[in-house]
Design a protein around this ligand. Structure first.
Ligand code: PLP
Length: 397
């Protein structure tokens, strides 16, 4: 055990493959269903929305999927990200526990989201797509995709939840800077948006509505596809660079975690960190507890039902079997905007239903108190989303 605070890998130790948990699942997740016929959907039905390579990844049975060199080149702009040992927080808590945190805040967009945005933009570019349409809540996913599409010379249209568009104008500027077009949602550009506006001209918007608009945009334009920032299998897989790096970094300290903790919105952040460790557990190599942390204001895993539901408000997306609060649920306006989604990734949902992972819901006030304690001991001001995981780590210590 050294007493290094910051553990970095050499650039050459960057993970060159993504980890796909599908072949290690005790039971495969249920297939997505067509929104109209309610029959399982295949690659053909998904191809208006996604490039073939991502559809293949969505159902791939390969455990390790090579990361293309062009994607690795961009990952190298900020990866490997540092793993810190929170010595000062440990001291403040007077705990014998050793607390480590993986810091994705060094990416250009400031979150983990570019890990999949870069991969998605790359495969779309390879298949000749010229524009991507997407939604964003607080702006994290929209800015990650704006960055990525800019790097690969694609156009990008971001439907941004109207209330965030008004409250966070600097996020919009960031997306403009990287070359994207940003449209407050609901908008009059789509049928889905016009329908909402006819009923409620002052609608503040929601992630569910913005997804409907972006999906409709992609489905009705031949040169345009859709990109989703979380929830889907391929998105979770792209994020596993986080957990694979963390595992290698801990290994240099002769450590293996007893508990892995991540906040969950749609589930990709948690999956990215936890799946490589959960894979070790499922293959009988190491035991580990994995805890997904959500807000009490939007408790899909701890308060939702495990059933088929739509990903959006207008019922345009395929039906996914997931823990859901219902696709018409509008979460209250908590600060952790990235955790305000009614559903949960089917892979994370299936693991929770099978009791492979645990979930807790935390209140905003206690989460913020933990964020303050973390900032005053470690110096880094955590995102409201990440603060959920910090509070849980403090409780476990
Ligand atoms: C978007 C976001 C989350 C939630 O992400 P999911 O992958 O959908 O669970 C968590 N933390 C931060 C900082 C985010 O930007």
């Amino acid at each position: 055990m050294t007493d290094k605070t910051k553990i970095l890998l050499d650039e050459n130790e960057l993970s060159t493959t993504w980890y796909n948990i599908l072949p290690d699942m005790p039971e495969p997740p249920e297939p997505p269903l067509h929104p109209g016929t309610k029959e399982p959907i295949g690659p053909k039905e998904l191809s208006p929305l996604f490039p073939i390579e991502l559809i293949k990844q969505e159902v791939s049975g390969d455990r390790m999927v090579p990361i293309p060199e062009e994607v690795l080149d961009i990952y190298r702009l900020w990866r490997p990200t540092p793993l810190y040992r929170a010595y000062r927080l440990e001291a403040a808590l007077k705990t014998p526990a050793r607390i480590y945190y993986k810091y994705e805040g060094t990416s250009p967009a400031g979150s983990h989201k570019p890990n999949t945005a870069v991969a998605q933009a790359y495969y779309n570019m390879k298949e000749g797509v010229s524009r991507l349409a997407t939604e964003t809540g607080a702006g994290q996913w929209g800015s990650a995709l704006s960055l990525a599409t800019g790097l690969f010379g694609l156009k990008c249209t971001v439907y941004m939840v109207k209330v965030s568009y008004q409250q966070k104008p600097y996020r919009k500027s960031l997306m403009h800077l990287w070359g994207a077009e940003v449209i407050p949602s609901p908008s009059n550009k789509t049928n889905a948006g016009r329908k909402i506006l006819a009923k409620d001209p002052d609608s503040p918007g929601s992630l569910g509505i913005a997804i409907s608009e972006a999906v409709e945009d992609a489905a009705t334009h031949d040169d345009t596809k859709y990109a989703l920032g979380s929830v889907l299998n391929h998105v979770l897989m792209h994020q596993t660079v986080i957990g694979q790096e963390a595992r290698a970094q801990l290994e240099t300290e002769d450590e293996y975690p007893d508990i892995v903790i991540g906040s969950v919105g749609g589930g990709s952040n948690f999956a990215g960190l936890a799946f490589p460790f959960i894979g070790d557990k499922l293959r009988g190599k190491h035991d580990v507890r994995a805890i997904a942390v959500e807000p009490t204001a939007c408790p899909s895993l701890t308060g939702g039902e495990f059933r088929y539901d739509f990903g959006d408000t207008a019922e345009l997306t395929p039906l996914l079997k997931m823990y859901t609060l219902g696709h018409e649920f509008t979460p209250p306006a908590i600060h952790a905007g990235g955790l305000r989604y009614h559903g949960m990734a089917p892979l994370v949902s299936k693991l929770h239903a099978g009791k492979v992972i645990e979930a807790v819901a935390l209140r905003q006030t206690e989460v913020f108190a933990a964020a303050v304690q973390f900032a005053r001991s470690e110096g880094i001001v955590p995102a409201p989303e990440s603060a959920h995981a910090i509070k849980c780590a403090i409780e476990c210590s």
